[in-house]
Design a protein around this ligand. Structure first.
Ligand code: NAD
Length: 424
């Protein structure tokens, strides 16, 4: 299937992918052309160029983005990414994906995303703080607990969220915990948020196994990306009886036929890129080799478009659970689906993060905090329920899982748009 009528290159780019995926769902839903256009277009795209005084006294100018895709179902929600290759198109695609994800798991948000083009590793802690505070200030006119609520994504973490919350609060003159989620727990963060995305990924992996009459326990798992999502997913896979045969980060990966000691790797290396390659009892592999390993479950949990038309044929996993956003291109997905590989799409598989972000926001607004068991129980319930709805739609509409997930998410947003009507 060509993307949006064009000859797809190996990597069409996230925005083309996102628009193609929407177009497939729109066709199933027989969406009116005007409504389809509304949903394919972001409400607001902000580009900011802002200076930061670096530690050596020089001034560097950074480019940042915040894209609000759709507000029909509530305030916008979405992470902030710090990555040297990010651009406005990718940020827009990520914002669109957030819209469908929030609608699919039925939480009252629209989608957004933010980003700064920066290699975080290059910055000192002080420079990172100054850049974060200035970026927050630049986009503060859209931020707020009732308007747009950021969270962590690649390259950002609880500390970055704490600086964003503090900067916004300083402008307001009082503390506004609900303006960001993924904060440290003592600053209004939620228990269970740090693990939420990885936990959701493993719940999704378990549901996929159930559907295919397989056992999660005993499955051989490979995880690409060893950050927040990948390291937690690998640890919980191990705790669920899986053999984690490979993990990787941006520098490359490690492999052990008999399984890696994930907890030890997490404690030692999850916050030091490349560090895992110091680990001795294993083989070193590239990220490409990791994707092609003989395993049952493959969890891409890093960057987009790593599974594309050229390497799809090499993939041996029976189940792919998309921890990352947009890791599989449409042509690769077609090929894998034809081969019977089950792909649990990002909008479902990694929705655990935004679900617990929603719980955090609710707790902040009420200034009343939940125990971790309650967070986990409610998260798992939403993940399982959403997974079941996607399976039912998939069987009813005779589609793959992604299109089924989109049919549910896009329909909810389209219905909200039509019911609200177009102002004036
Ligand atoms: P992170 O910054 O904590 O970790 C990213 C990891 O990926 C690091 O180990 C990094 O070394 C590795 N990496 C970077 N480039 C790579 C490459 N080219 N090949 C292999 N590994 C590479 O980021 P994260 O928060 O874990 O996010 C990972 C993915 O999950 C992203 O696609 C993000 O959008 C998605 N996601 C994150 C959350 C969340 O709650 N953090 C929620 C939903 C989706």
């Amino acid at each position: 299937m060509a993307v949006a009528g064009t000859q797809e290159s190996k990597k069409p780019g996230p925005l083309k992918m996102a628009r193609h995926q929407l177009a497939v769902a729109a066709k199933h839903l027989d969406l009116d052309e005007g409504l389809h256009n509304v949903l394919a277009t972001p409400k607001c795209q902000i580009i900011v160029n802002f200076p930061v005084v670096m530690d050596d006294g020089s001034v560097e100018v950074f480019e940042g983005y915040r894209v609000l895709h759709n507000l029909s179902r509530g305030p916008t929600k979405g992470g902030v990414r710090y990555h040297p290759d990010v651009d406005l198109d990718e940020t827009t695609a990520l914002a669109m994906w957030m819209t469908w994800k929030c609608a699919l798991v039925d939480i009252p948000y629209g989608g957004a995303k933010g980003a700064v083009r920066v290699d975080r590793k290059r910055l000192s802690k002080r420079e990172l703080e100054k850049m974060t505070r200035r970026f927050t200030s630049e986009i503060s006119f859209v931020l707020g607990p009732n308007t747009d609520i950021p969270a962590p994504d690649m390259g950002t973490d609880a500390q970055v969220m704490a600086w964003m919350m503090d900067t916004y609060s300083m402008h307001k003159g009082y503390t506004v915990t609900g303006v960001v989620t993924g904060k440290p727990v003592p600053l209004g963060g939620s228990l269970g948020r740090l693990e939420a995305t990885g936990r959701g990924v493993i719940v999704a992996a378990g549901e996929a196994c159930k559907f295919l009459n397989r056992d999660l326990s005993g499955s051989r798992v490979a995880v690409q990306g060893f950050g927040n999502v990948g390291s937690v997913a690998a640890r919980l896979a191990e705790e669920n009886g899986c053999t984690v045969v490979a993990v990787s980060d941006a520098q490359g990966g490690i492999y052990s036929e008999s399984g890696l000691p994930v907890r030890t790797l997490t404690e030692r290396y999850s916050h030091r890129e490349g560090g895992m390659r110091e680990f001795k009892d294993c083989d070193q592999i590239t990220n490409e080799e990791l994707l092609a390993l003989d395993c049952d479950i493959l969890i891409p949990a890093a960057v987009s478009e790593v599974i594309h038309q050229e390497n799809a044929k090499d993939i041996k996993a029976k189940i792919i659970v998309e921890g990352a956003n947009g890791p599989t291109t449409p042509l690769a997905e077609d090929e894998l689906s034809d081969r019977g590989v089950m792909i649990v799409p990002d909008v479902l598989a990694n929705a655990g993060g935004v679900v617990v972000s929603y719980f955090e926001w609710v707790q902040d607004l009420q200034a009343f905090f939940w125990e971790e068991d309650e967070v986990t129980h409610r998260l798992e319930k939403i993940m399982r329920h959403s997974f079941g709805s996607v399976l039912a739609t998939m069987e009813q509409q005779k589609t793959n899982m992604r299109t089924a997930a989109y049919i549910i998410g896009v329909k909810r947003v389209a219905d909200a748009t039509v019911t609200r009507g177009i102002y004036p």
